[in-house]
Design a protein around this ligand. Structure first.
Ligand SMILES: Nc1ncnc2c1ncn2[C@@H]1O[C@H](COP(=O)(O)OP(=O)(O)O)[C@@H](O)[C@H]1O
Ligand SMILES: [Mg+2]
Length: 364
């Protein structure tokens, strides 16, 4: 176990500044995820921690020890950082058996043969590949190959595991299974995990904390999955964490209405929202209820699709198209399953208020 600390880390390629003075602290023993869009600098950051790249400025520390310093250009080589690395394209060696792959880092370190064998076998068992040690990679599924890569990273008992989108080449079912396995492995090994991904589902499922990074390599918010999901600090974070509706609104007399109309959205406003110019009401598809009558904004169902346990609607309100989802069972029981073309009333709960100017910037 060790903590990871980045202080003022800058990294450019030519004139392209990927990271500009990044500060980040990963606590010892936690699973910390950096979540951000493709090209934002996640792999660069991980390579800086691993020691495959050097920072232009700032320092990287692992376990309280500075391993790279942009000012002095001093850098501890990757093999001396006590890290395990799994990259998305960090393929296993095709000509080596499972055992050969996993034992390799120990061979490099000249660990005595019998001891290396025992540790490799233990690692293979740990990732659920017991009995498959003699197989060659082509005799394994994609998920099993990824587990070989995990075991290889774990076998030298690293203080820190660096995982770069290790699940993105797997199909949805396997991805889900592997998420739990990574979490389980972390519990067993107690290693610190720094995980980078663009996949918000994976991030929400495995992380103790998440840092959301924007396209400019800046961190927008750090928090637990629940904090990031429930209380996004800005439209970028809100949009990045799942399906997001943004309904243009206006405030009058302490209440909110569809912009340019009289359809009510909220009867009261939180104190910190009241001053927002050109507000947008942000909500998730499940944060609205469709009804046939009663209070709420008038809407029209444009599309309705039954997705098993949920009904997925496109609903037009005040010229905006909203994505709204209802639980099939509940809607059926209440006789509230709508067909395309039907009029409806939309009532909102769990609204978040954002200034439209911030959303324009987030959408760029
Ligand atoms: N060795 C390199 N030389 C030049 N540009 C690079 C290099 N590595 C990464 N970049 C650029 O840095 C940016 C961030 O890349 P990367 O960290 O791979 O993004 P991602 O968040 O998708 O992992 C990209 O614009 C990429 O083109
Ligand atoms: Mg990457």
């Amino acid at each position: 176990m060790a903590d990871i600390r980045l202080a003022g880390v800058g990294k450019s390629y030519g004139t392209h500044a990927v990271l500009g003075g990044l500060d980040l602290e990963v606590r010892s023993g936690e699973c910390f995820t950096i979540l951000g869009p493709s090209g934002c600098g996640k792999t660069v950051l991980l390579r800086l921690v691993a020691g495959f790249e050097s920072p232009d400025s700032g320092t990287v520390s692992i376990g309280g020890k500075v391993v790279a310093d942009g000012a002095t250009k001093r850098s501890v080589p990757p093999e001396d950082r006590r890290i395990g690395v799994v990259f998305q394209d960090y393929a296993v060696w095709p000509h080596k058996t499972v055992h050969g792959n996993v034992a390799y880092p120990l061979e490099v370190r000249k660990v005595e043969k019998e001891s290396a064998k025992a540790r490799a076998m233990a690692g293979i068992e740990q990732v659920g590949l017991f009995g498959l040690h003699d197989r060659l990679p082509y005799q394994l599924s994609g998920g099993q190959q990824q587990r070989v890569a995990l075991a290889r990273a774990l076998v030298s008992e690293p203080d820190v595991m660096l995982l770069d989108e290790p699940l993105s080449n797997l199909d949805a079912n396997l991805r889900e299974e592997m998420r739990f396995e990574i979490k389980e492995l972390q519990r067993k090994t107690e290693s610190t995990i720094l995980y980078v991904t663009h996949d918000q589902e994976v991030a929400l499922a495995i992380s103790d904390r998440i840092a959301v990074m924007d396209r400019g390599g800046r961190i927008r918010q750090i928090g637990t999955p629940a904090e990031i999901f429930e209380r996004p600090v800005d439209p970028f974070v809100f949009r990045f964490l799942g399906i997001a509706n943004m309904l243009p609104a206006e405030f009058r007399n302490g209440a909110a209405y569809v912009r340019g109309g009289s359809e009510p959205i909220a009867e009261s406003l939180p104190a910190d929202a009241a001053g927002i110019q050109s507000p947008l009401a942000g909500f998730r598809p499940m944060d609205a209820v469709l009804d046939r009558s009663g209070p709420g904004a008038s809407g029209k169902v444009l599309r309705a699709s039954l997705l098993g346990p949920i009904v997925d609607y496109r609903v037009e309100v005040g010229g905006a198209t909203l994505r709204i989802q209802q639980l099939t069972e509940e809607a059926t029981a209440k006789g509230l399953v709508f067909k395309e073309g039907e009029a409806c009333k939309v009532r909102f709960h769990d609204l978040r208020w954002f200034p439209e100017s911030e959303d324009k910037e987030a959408a760029e």
